[in-house]
Write a protein that binds this ligand. Sequence first.
Ligand code: COI
Length: 330
Amino acid sequence: MKVAFFDASVDEIPYIQQWEQATGDEIIQIPDFLSKENVHLVAGCDAVSTKQIPVIDDEVYPQLAEFGIHHLALRSVGYNVVNFELANQYDLTITNVPAYSPRAIAENGLTVGLNLLRKLSTIQARMRRLDFTLPTSLLSDEIFTKTVGVIGVGRIGTATAQLYHALGANVLGYDPVYNAANEAFLTYTDLPTLLTQADIITIHTPLDESTYHLIGEPEFQQMKPGAIFINQARGGLVDTATLIQHLENGHLGGAGLDVLSSESEFFWKQFTTPTDLPADYQRLAALDNVIVTPHSAYYTNLAVQNMVRQSLTECQHFLTGEKLLYKVEP
Ligand code: COI
């Protein structure tokens, strides 16, 4: 098969080459996200794969159909870049790769959670200002004395809950889907209970119309003073302006944000002037107890390898008529 492979990054090349050698397939590496400007590059291809942050332009769907493409293999867990009405209209099957490495994201979240709990980024910022004092504001806590609330207990939420549980934390989980096996390491609860009881709140739900701004003013208000909020899922799950207010006024103890609504303006790009960055980021970056990372929680060797292999496997399955492993049907 011949695959148009959008947003091909250097880290993916070894796995693309291994795939080509093993199968004889031709993978056309396109460095940019799939867009109306470059969709013509799918001409002559049998399959299309992309891994992207910006939403796919509406104009792309009819064009893919014209080029005879009826499958888009996302190399991501998230599928919010897709307009499913248009995908249905143009008979475009969507697959994702939800199991490329839940641990990659869960371990990153745990690292950020422990950093904020122990106030490391605040301590480091003070030291950079030549302040080596230990005021009582730097007193912190051990994780085994704390409650962690996991919103969204799918693959990544489950891996996250297991890690915190292994460290002795009391873990609460909220998810519309109940999985009895998870009771081994968390206690299911409703969202208000989780919000009012958790010291660390970490969100792992997909972004769609029903979860847009799932965490807004009423939810932040319910959080404990000093609570730590972590989002590595999608920026749109959270009302960022409200989050910033609750950080700036000292209600929240910190935030770890690997995603932001404004991220497609600046994540994965190089800047020289801080004032060119989005205003929400500038306010967050001014706070010592906030860790913003550029959508890098997923970024491990295993994850990259699996994203490439699993998405190309789906392309193969689609073309041969084999059962798809991860068809997205929201
Ligand atoms: C995902 O897999 O959903 C991610 O957020 C990472 C991806 C955009 C590279």
